[in-house]
Ligand binder design. Structure first.
Ligand SMILES: *Cc1c(COP(=O)(O)O)cnc(C)c1O
Length: 445
């Protein structure tokens, strides 16, 4: 590779150079393997044992789920639909059983008529929705990034790839929900074929019913991208988009749902079944990681058993954490509405330097959150937004309760306000994690 090629590299070349150097200097490839194992181990010790992981899109998976992710079935190829005749390959009878169990458990967990288990990511599910429910040139409406809208429903994601025209869903910056009057005006003007709701920054339910009523006048459909809220939806703690008029839901299996990182798609309308199923295969999935499907089946069973109690505690913890931060003088979004109805807490940290430096400073203290755009930011402020997003899923699965949220708020505040050094707080976090190690809300191995 010459120097000009290197300049085209989008990834950070400092880190790539670190890796290249190791590979070049290593007397054998076996030693490079050790380097990979070492990096995995370093992450396991640091993030797994010593950090307070408050990233909203993460969840720790149960011991059975983790074991299944390295199972033999993960080396098998099973392109196609469930059943002997529907497969490309022979030898799939046990794989059919695994996939059928997974699909039926998903339907039971969410109380829906139809589900699909073959999405290796929720992004792929969103692509399936755009491929099924829109044509190039159609108008759609979706949320902008400062209101939590996700790239998959914007120009730079599957929606953009499908070639649809994207109009913004107007939002109310104070209420943190859709501005319905403004929505109705835009919608009547552009008559969207599809409205994509749901968001990565998500505090409160959205008016799915009202929006569905408006767009159904011209046959428009509603898609709820429930990547983050999926577990809360399944437990009946958030809104139930399908019952409120949405036509289809996608979600990440590895966010609040706490299964293996991948995607789930759910719908009730029989009319959509053939088109969605046949878009997933053969268009968007081939070998779809049957080890992951087995793990997803177990996650669904765990969810049916423990989900309600688990998700309730996640939301209770988020509310407690938001209140505790507010009480310590950290501005938290949604304070006049009880801060949050999800696993997320959004803090405006502009007075403490902004989302990027604050997230880095917290990471130095072993507290992991992410920088986040908030309504007062512009979409192009992506690198240096004003907010941070904090999630309670992992802390909850480790057994933490409301009183622990007070302790966490104290640690976060002492970093933001500079009361304590990062190394002091880091020691406290490491100490705290020693008490919280066992996973809850799952079956024993
Ligand atoms: C995380 C997220 C996705 C992507 O999900 P993956 O499972 O990571 O592919 C899509 N939409 C929204 C709103 C998200 O937050």
């Amino acid at each position: 590779m010459n120097v000009t090629d290197r300049k085209q590299e989008v990834h950070d070349t400092k880190v790539l150079d670190w890796a290249k150097d190791i590979i070049e200097r290593s007397p054998s490839d076996r030693l490079v393997v050790d380097e990979v194992l070492n990096s995995v181990r370093r992450n396991e010790i640091w993030r797994g044992d010593e950090c307070l992981n408050l990233l909203a899109p993460e969840a720790p998976t149960s011991p059975i789920v983790r074991e299944l992710l390295s199972s033999e079935v993960g080396t098998r190829a099973a392109e196609g639909h469930i059943g002997k005749l529907e497969r490309w390959f022979a030898g799939t009878q046990y794989i059919d059983e695994i996939e059928a169990l997974c699909m039926e458990l998903l339907k039971k967990a969410f109380g829906v008529n139809y589900a699909d288990h073959r999405l290796v990511a929720s992004m792929i599910g969103n692509m399936a929705v755009y491929a099924t429910l829109t044509e190039p040139g159609d108008n759609i409406m979706s949320l902008t990034q400062p209101y939590g809208g996700h790239s998959s429903n914007r120009q730079d994601g599957p929606a953009g790839v499908r070639g649809v025209n994207i109009y913004d869903v107007p939002m109310d910056a104070k209420e943190l929900t859709v501005d319905l009057d403004a929505f109705e005006k835009v919608a009547r003007d552009v008559r969207p074929k599809l409205v994509s709701l749901g968001a990565s920054m998500t505090l409160f339910p959205l008016p799915v019913r009202e929006i569905s009523n408006i767009v159904s006048e011209w046959g428009g459909k509603v898609f709820f991208d429930g990547a983050h809220q999926l577990g809360l939806i399944g437990a009946g703690l958030f809104q139930d988009p399908l019952k409120e008029g949405a036509d289809v839901i996608t979600g990440s299996a590895g966010k609040t749902f706490s299964g293996p990182q991948s995607g789930i798609i759910l719908w009730d309308d029989p009319e959509l079944t053939e088109s969605i199923t046949e878009t997933i295969f053969p268009t968007l999935a081939a070998t779809h990681q049957v080890n992951r499907v087995a793990a997803l089946a177990v996650s669904a069973a765990e969810f049916i058993t423990f989900g309600e109690e688990y998700m309730k505690q996640i939301v209770a913890n988020a509310k407690a954490l938001a209140q505790a931060l507010h009480d310590r003088g950290i501005p938290v979004l949604g304070d006049h509405k009880g801060y949050t109805e999800t696993h997320q807490v959004i803090a405006d940290v502009s007075e403490f330097g902004g989302g990027y430096p604050v997230a880095n400073k917290l990471a130095e203290a072993n507290i992991i959150v992410n920088k986040n755009l908030i309504p007062k930011d512009r979409p192009e402020d992506w690198d240096e937004p004003s907010g941070i997003r904090i999630g309670t899923t992992e802390a909850t699965r480790l057994g933490m309760k409301e009183s622990d949220m007070e302790d966490i708020a104290e640690l976060i505040t002492s970093i933001l306000k500079g009361y304590q050094s990062a190394s002091y707080v880091k020691d406290k976090v490491v100490e705290m994690r020693k008490t919280y190690h066992k996973l809850h809300y799952c079956f024993e191995k």
